[in-house]
Design a binder for this molecule. Sequence first.
Ligand SMILES: [Zn+2]
Ligand SMILES: [Zn+2]
Length: 258
Amino acid sequence: MTPDYHTHTNFSDGISPHYSYLSQAHYSCIDELGFSDHFSILDSHWSVRNDEIIEMHERIEAIKHMENLPVQVRFGAEIDYIPGKEKKIRQLIRTLPLDYVIGSIHFLGSWNFDTDPMSFEGRNIDDLYDIYFTTVRKAILSGLYDIIGHIDLIKKFGHYPSTDPSHWHKKIIRSLKQMNSVVEVNTNGLNKPCREMYPEEKFLEACFHANIPVTLGSDAHQANQIGQYFPKAKEILKRIGYRQLATFHKRKRTMQPF
Ligand SMILES: [Zn+2]
Ligand SMILES: [Zn+2]
């Protein structure tokens, strides 16, 4: 059973419409396709507009009711975690009949750090890692999310700390354990300057040893990216020892062999 739970359509910053993802998902041997467009309580040009939420939901419902669907379809969302705004985020989540919620960090303060590599200039990378992973921990402990998205995104443009990052990973894993959260294995990092999945393999190994469940996401922004690098990701997961992936329906988790 192979899910792809992280995809963006033209309702947020993807370029393909919902329908075009179906045949590609089938072609890429995906069994369960989750649409997870961006939602944010902060202003961002890459999130679903408030006045389009109903139309987007109707689009997904229409697909779910199609005959001969080649894949199971799930309604997800990738929702920014903003410290101190938990109540507002919870209200937003309540308005959507979601199968799962991915929590992601794209903002540190008001800085949308993952859009412009030049914006890292002059910043202290060790401090950024500290702030980033502290925010990830808060996101996990907020209990708002089923899945934590691209958990080490701070490495996206190839910036690495001067010390071994495992001390941050340990703290994160303790919080994941405490909140019974799922880690997303996001293959889109392989397209970015960091040239590796999120999370890095050492982090994933530590997750496995702590019994942290994982699921898969391509972070596709167009149909031909559905399931990108999944054979490689599954090979790495199997080598580490994983045999099951987390799937969601109406925010209830089921573990399935892959
Ligand atoms: Zn993201
Ligand atoms: Zn995404």
